[in-house]
Design a protein around this ligand. Structure first.
Ligand SMILES: Cc1cc2nc3c(=O)[nH]c(=O)nc-3n(C[C@H](O)[C@H](O)[C@H](O)COP(=O)(O)O)c2cc1C
Ligand SMILES: CC(C)CC(=O)C(=O)O
Length: 372
């Protein structure tokens, strides 16, 4: 929230000659050098031929911007109200599994970085750290309320309800129900590498059975349906977000079933290969939802201009998945902080160049779609 002042010349360029990373891909390259190849493939890969995975990034290339001029000054303000809290910017951290496989700092390091950046971490149900420990890291950083929890509702309703209670007691402020995973996508890199299980000492800590103490397998449940979303709404007062919506009819149903936000996503190209990119699906979802609930989006966000494009198309905020894993794998907690700081700076600069001071200034008039 500093006034935008910029001077020309290398003497004034704070990044000139500075150590990498200059962008998120620098951290990706660093992470890839560090990771075990099978783990790198798990974090990087997508389903099938990875068409959707590739398209997630290139879909943003189809947009060119129509910047407004002579109005980029004043106090830049990226703050974004969302589900009862206010994020410091319209970027949050998408749920991703197995952070301790990427780096020993794991989910706690990620949470500290997210707290420092004052945005939201959506903790994966497949986290390798108990939700209570991640929430404690947020509290210690004086950022309670910055933690949401991602849920794959389990066919065992008793277990699901006990997990919801645990998540509520830990202080999570929203439940993100992932609905694009009735089965696991066909991830051929993992099949080839035989990547099946976590190494000894790592496990999905939030799947511990309250009675036996044993870690249960996560069941991806093809029987998950709208009545079960209604059931979930009935057992918790937390806001419920549905993640993995692409079809406008589902967005309409989500609103009719009383969900609190719709999250447009193809799971980073890891589920249905050939699925539409989130940015291409976004306009009709925004149209279907109107201003009844916020619309979030993830998939392929690598630049401030990608965030700007999604917001101009009607998203309230975007999530980042892999870039956070790159930062974590490359440098632990400071790497995640760098990812979030780079995105914030890049977004702020892009907004100023486009003549926008706050997210509310962004609209479809700033976009000039290119023919493909
Ligand atoms: C390694 C990895 C693990 C993921 N684990 C989960 C998960 O546990 N739950 C979930 O809802 N989505 C999961 N996702 C999907 C992300 O939440 C998100 O939708 C996707 O990564 C966004 O695309 P991006 O990586 O291009 O930013 C995972 C993605 C990756 C890359
Ligand atoms: C445990 C997995 C199902 C996590 C996931 O969603 C993913 O790898 O994309």
């Amino acid at each position: 929230m500093s006034p935008v002042t910029d001077r020309v010349g290398p003497r004034h360029n704070p990044t000139a000659g500075a150590a990498l990373p200059v962008n998120l891909r620098d951290l990706r390259d660093e992470a890839w050098r560090r990771l075990d190849p099978a783990h790198r493939d798990y974090f990087t890969g997508g389903a099938g031929d990875e068409r959707t995975l590739r398209a997630n990034e290139t879909a943003f290339d189809a947009y060119r911007l129509l910047p407004r001029v002579l109005r980029g000054g004043g106090e830049r303000d990226l703050r974004t109200p969302l589900l009862g809290g206010t994020l410091s910017m319209p970027v949050l951290v998408s749920p991703t599994a197995f952070h301790r496989l990427a780096h020993p700092d794991g989910e706690v390091g990620c949470a500290r970085a997210v707290a420092g950046a004052d945005t939201v971490l959506v903790l994966s149900m497949a986290a390798t750290t108990p939700v209570e420990a991640v929430a404690a890291a947020m509290d210690a950083a004086d950022r309670p309320g910055r933690l949401w929890f991602q849920l794959y509702p389990q066919p065992d309703l008793g277990f699901t309800e006990s997990l919801v209670r645990r998540v509520e007691a830990a202080g999570c402020r929203a439940l993100v129900v992932t609905v694009d995973s009735p089965v696991l996508g066909r991830r051929e890199r993992d099949l080839r590498n035989g990547f099946l299980d976590l190494p000894p000492g790592l496990g999905c800590e939030n799947m511990r059975d309250p009675e036996t103490g044993r870690i249960r397998d996560i069941v991806l449940d093809a029987d998950l349906d709208w009545p079960r979303i209604d059931w979930l709404r009935g057992v918790t007062r937390l806001p419920v977000v549905l993640k993995g919506i692409l079809h406008p009819a589902d967005a309409r149903l989500a609103v009719a079933h009383g969900v609190d936000a719709v999250w447009v996503s193809n799971h980073g190209g890891r589920q249905l290969d050939g699925a539409a990119t989130a940015v291409d699906a976004l306009p009709s979802v925004v149209d279907a939802v109107g201003d009844r609930v916020p619309v979030l989006l993830d998939g392929g966000i690598r630049r401030g201009t990608d965030v700007l494009t999604a917001l101009a198309l009607g998203a309230t905020a975007v999530g980042v998945g892999r870039p956070v894993l790159w930062g974590l794998a490359a440098r632990g907690e400071p790497g995640v902080r760098q990812v979030l700081d780079l995105l914030r700076a890049d977004l702020g600069q892009a907004m100023t160049l486009a003549g926008a001071v706050r997210p509310a200034d962004l609209g479809p008039d700033l976009l000039n779609r290119m023919p493909r």
